[in-house]
Write a protein that binds this ligand. Sequence first.
Ligand code: ATP
Ligand code: MG
Ligand code: FE
Length: 353
Amino acid sequence: MIVLGIETSCDETAAAVVHRDAEGRGTILSDVVWSQIEAHAAFGGVVPEIAARAHVEALDRIIGTAMAEAGVGFRDLSGIAATAGPGLVGGLLVGLTTAKAIAAASGKPLLAVNHLAAHALTPRLVGELAFPYLMFLVSGGHTQILLVRDVGHYERWGTTIDDALGEAFDKTAKLLGLAYPGGPEVEKAARQGDAKRFDLPRPLIDRPSLDFSFAGLKTAVRLAAKGVAPLTDQDVADICAAFQGAVADVVRKKLTAALKRFSEEFPGWPIGFAAAGGVASNGVLRAVLTEVAEAAGARFLALPPKLCTDNGAMIAWAGAERLSRGESDSLDFAARARWPLDESASPMVGSGR
Ligand code: ATP
Ligand code: MG
Ligand code: FE
């Protein structure tokens, strides 16, 4: 089956066409992402009004390009998928309404996709990964350890109790005078830094829960910066290295515990493990995830960076996974700014945490 996917939940206007064969293998036929980063950079973050307008202006063209690059027409599609939440409601409305219009005009089914579910299912688009598997979802808005039981069945094992990790990277960058988005800037600066010069906290590292907290780390960064101001490039590099080192320690500890829990709940089962979200493109974190997976006898499926950040292929793929199970949504499906992943799970899946 061939599915068009539309993503407009935040600051990327994206559309992609994905093919899923009868065996469940995926192929990306096109994947067009137009980032609005420049439109928001001056504000140091995403401005919802600007984002919604930019989606309106760009989406038709992006979809046209995605269809042309894939070499398909609307009649070739098996379904049209769009992010219906969670995200900024103005952007969601633009993408979902466009998808509904295409679905109505072409008579093809609509798939209203949960953005987080799409991140969680993306590893199956690029590699062989059987359910259940463990997913580390780390982006600007989310930091979650998920058990992916099946399409539509997600159990949250851990989450952040305050800031998302990407947000912590972005705020750290802002405090240090680095550009937005901060993640890649912090990673770059950290390469020249000495991680030992500043001693930053490792929040919640000794707690048994799989939850994270990054607000305190950000405050510690602010105090460290204040202590040595005015900042030289070396100060910035050292603080970035210390920040990334602290984050790496926390991630190592929590994901090791999560992999252990997985092996206890599914004894003898091969441990599949993947990560997605913009922060999962961080080289230091990828090395940590590879290391903990190896130690646990798990296989870490690393996504290419382009599939870590928001994109249309993941939405198309999530739509294809659902469509292949006979699912689709009605044309009056409403966009949802908030849409927790485990809410859509069936009661047998458990409470989630
Ligand atoms: P959502 O949380 O809804 O999925 P988002 O747009 O915030 O949305 P992504 O586009 O997946 O999420 O990721 C963006 C985040 O990833 C930003 O916070 C950015 O700083 C961070 N990021 C990107 N590259 C890196 C990197 N190399 N190291 C650390 N963080 C990074
Ligand atoms: Mg984004
Ligand atoms: Fe995302």
